[in-house]
Design a protein around this ligand. Structure first.
Ligand code: ADP
Length: 155
């Protein structure tokens, strides 16, 4: 049977427990997940791409089904390059849904063979976002409870 490969794209600035949960649950559906750390987003990032990527590698090290790569440009092109037939995204709120729906429709319009798949956030992480973690850090708070151990170590 054809290997089921998904790309999980994002900025992961930084990776949170919510992202980690989506990846681990995604592995129950897909044979391989490529975490695509976007480097051309219009967002200005708090953490450099090397640090964001390094954290993710550390969090999932020893897990042969999970790969981490950086990319620029269209997510669908990154999928094609990696023979991925699926784009995995997490959904927390109806606002996430509306936003993701528009992107998924556009991706479907420009690329026929890539399916977007959504996993609902775990209740524990439904209010968690990288931007909240960044706000806490920026204001001198302690955000360690929201991130995996490897991120915690040098946040
Ligand atoms: P982007 O810059 O593309 O929004 P993010 O790093 O913020 O990238 O998020 C990547 C993916 O992870 C998105 O699908 C987002 O909805 C999902 N995500 C982020 N935080 C959570 C969370 N707490 N629970 C579930 N999914 C999440």
């Amino acid at each position: 049977m054809k290997e089921k490969i998904a790309v999980f794209p994002g900025s992961f600035d930084p990776l949170t427990l919510g992202h980690q949960d989506i990846v681990l649950r995604g592995l129950q559906i897909f044979d391989r997940i490529i975490i695509g750390v976007g480097s051309n987003s219009q967002k200005t990032n708090m953490f450099p791409i090397e640090k964001r990527t390094g954290w993710i590698k550390e969090v999932f090290k020893g897990n042969s089904g999970i790969h981490v790569e950086t990319y620029e440009g269209l997510t669908v092109e990154f999928c094609k390059k990696n023979n991925a037939g699926y784009i995995l995204r997490g959904l927390r709120t109806s606002a996430d849904f509306e936003f993701e729906k528009a992107i998924a429709h556009m991706n479907a319009a420009i690329s026929e063979n890539i399916e977007s798949v959504f996993i609902l956030s775990d209740l524990r992480f439904a209010a968690l976002s990288s931007s909240i973690v960044r706000d806490i850090i920026r204001n001198g708070g302690d955000a360690r409870q929201f991130v995996p151990d490897a991120v915690k170590k040098n946040l």
